[in-house]
Design a protein around this ligand. Structure first.
Ligand code: ZN
Ligand code: ZN
Length: 316
């Protein structure tokens, strides 16, 4: 698997300025792209989705299938959708996964709650192109935000086919290189949030931002992300900030991320969702302190911790 990072910022984009440099970690909000064998997986489309779209177009990735996993509907995770060029390519297909927001459980058919939630962001007068009119083919799936669900994708001739948990017996006859397993992870965050664990062959990856630290270590993360190769966690605030009013905002600190990664046995840890008020001068010492905190724990796993950096790629 290979992870490409296009946005690391939480809450709001934080462009570099004369006395506020964010060029090392990046200023765009959350967007990551994971290549797992033949599977193209996108995590969130914050403002970084514009760069992801440009990257895919430059590489000639056109007329393809994509699995788009949405953690939640806060604007820093969806604001780039209308600026991501592949959504304007008719021959592309997006399998879009989100969750049913509170109070929308009775909308029928259930899967359309994701379309409805994304449609509100692009409704007039907020955006000139309605979400439903984006030319790419779009297939929506809504999950439960309170309980973990598992589903699969089969790869055939560069097309993907969704397999639900109730049809999981079908996966027994599929070659491992053509099968992707995805497990949702309910997280602690205002308005709800889902993390995702990806399993492809012997490799595994988990993406778990945004997450409230009050319940650390999160037992759902412990169980579902057990022994995962790489886990991405939300370390927006310093421990000092987290002891103040930000405690209820639904985010963690780098040290709590280390504790969480140790608790679930993750082999490597990546930290993301940097505060828009933190420039590189603030974030770099947080990364150094976090590495020292991990070293003092003297644990075999995680073997390393690193802060996500926009424009960088990681082999998993
Ligand atoms: Zn966020
Ligand atoms: Zn959020």
């Amino acid at each position: 698997m290979k992870l490409h990072v296009f946005g690391v910022r939480g809450s709001l984009p934080a462009p570099s300025a004369k006395n506020f440099n964010t060029s090392i970690y990046g200023g765009n909000t959350t967007c990551c792209y994971l290549q797992a064998g033949p599977f193209r997986i996108i995590f969130d489309m914050g403002s970084g989705a514009r760069m992801l779209g440009n990257h895919l177009m430059k590489k000639g990735v056109i007329g393809k299938n994509f699995i788009f996993l949405l953690t939640h509907y806060h604007s820093d995770h969806i604001q780039g959708i209308g600026f991501c060029v592949p959504f304007y390519i008719k021959s592309n297909t997006f399998f879009i996964h989100g969750f049913t927001p509170e109070g929308r459980e009775n909308i029928d058919p259930l899967r359309n709650v994701v379309l409805q939630a994304l449609g509100e962001q692009q409704a007039s007068p907020f955006f000139p192109v309605p979400h439903s009119l984006l030319p790419a083919r779009k297939i929506y799936n809504a999950h439960n935000r309170m309980f973990s669900e598992t589903f699969y994708y089969l790869h055939r001739n560069d097309n993907y086919f969704f397999i639900s948990e109730k049809d999981s017996a079908e996966t027994a006859s599929i070659e491992r290189q053509d099968l992707l397993k995805i497990t949702t992870i309910p997280l602690h965050h205002p308005n709800g949030c889902l993390g995702y664990r990806i399993d492809y062959g012997d490799e595994s990856f988990a993406f778990c931002t945004d997450n409230e630290p009050l319940a650390y270590p999160n037992h759902q993360i412990n169980t579902i992300c057990k022994d995962v190769d790489v886990i991405v966690l939300d370390g927006q605030y310093t421990a000092e900030q987290l002891s103040g009013p930000t405690q209820t905002y639904g985010h963690g600190s780098p040290e709590l991320c280390v504790d969480q990664a140790i608790a679930c046995g993750a082999k490597k840890l990546m930290i993301t969702h940097m505060d828009p008020a933190h420039d590189d001068k603030n974030v770099a010492p947080m990364e150094v302190e976090c590495k020292t905190y991990l070293a003092k724990k003297k644990k075999k796993t995680p073997a390393s911790v690193e802060f996500a950096k926009e424009g960088k790629s990681w082999d998993i």
